[in-house]
Design a protein around this ligand. Sequence first.
Ligand code: ADP
Ligand code: MG
Length: 380
Amino acid sequence: MIGDDLSEDGLSGDDAAYDDPHDSPVTAAFTAPDGDIEASLRPKSLDDFIGQPRVREQLQLVLRGATMRGGTPDHILLSGPPGLGKTSMAMIIAAELGSSLRLTSGPALERAGDLAAMLSNLVEGDVLFIDEIHRIARPAEEMLYLAMEDFRVDVVVGKGPGATSIPLEVAPFTLVGATTRSGALTGPLRDRFGFTAHMDFYEPAELQLILRRSAAILGIDLHDDASAEIAGRSRGTPRIANRLLRRVRDYAEVRADGVVTRDIAMAALEVYDVDPIGLDRLDRAVLGALVRSFGGGPVGVSTLAVAVGEEPGTVEEVCEPFLVRAGMIARTPRGRVATAAAWLQLGLTPPPEAATGGIEVRAREPQLDRSGEHPGPPGV
Ligand SMILES: Nc1ncnc2c1ncn2[C@@H]1O[C@H](COP(=O)(O)OP(=O)(O)O)[C@@H](O)[C@H]1O
Ligand SMILES: [Mg+2]
């Protein structure tokens, strides 16, 4: 049965969802969660969770309110780029409620029956976590509407004219959905969540706190200036920060006495090809293609993905959010455009018409964050 073999911290669900491993240590951090080590580094409670102060405050109210009324909280959607703490937060939600967590993922719910099996096993108050919920198949999604709204499902038995539908009660539960692409969720599904938490990239100071906590858990002697160096190159992402910390530790143990000083951190990050602002091979390839092959754009995201030999989804969900945030790529109605900062980053002189930064451009076109020509991953 789906989900039964997924222990709370075992990430078999995650592993199934991310099937395009990448050879860079940075991007690989998104596509392949690190199993046991990652589990040991997960924050276990809201107080333990560093950063995302708004999300934490809002969630605390949602959870406390429901607990005080003695009911189950509204369904919760967690959205944001990979590695920012969505899975950790889902586990925390269950822990804060004192409930058990059932874990599955959108791609695992191919047939309505898969979901029906999952739902019929829930007990009252359970938290059902569906990772990558935007990839859920249509029939399962339709069943989910009813389950979320009325705590019942209609199971269709048989085929053709003889098919009958058997109503099935579902115990009141809280659905926690996680998605890297909230824009790919259908309207009806999105509307059924009572609360959406948008996770944003972390500030370097927050990443430094996360690194300090991880170093303490892993028994790494990490100097403050070294953690600042790693934090600054982590693309605003805790998973990458933790990943880089472990690579730096390898270097410190093999080439030095194990103590992570700033010099050691810098030398190690050099070996792993992580540049001073944290861009990795794929990021640089995307910027390079945008600027060199397409004259700075505008160009559609699928075209860009083909140029760098990646899936459009990876470029859109993994590279682009950070490059936009770093002010190097702007999303416009006609496609992606390199800003002056992107040209400078590649050591080139920006043309006079190059946009100055993502922020101003985005402010004028707040709704047009997807060019529309990317059909979305399978199952949408
Ligand atoms: N706020 C945080 N505080 C400390 N560690 C964090 C935090 N957010 C994420 N992490 C670390 O990053 C790793 C990836 O987080 P995860 O919840 O799996 O991200 P997502 O599900 O969004 O991809 C976790 O194993 C955890 O160690
Ligand atoms: Mg996750």
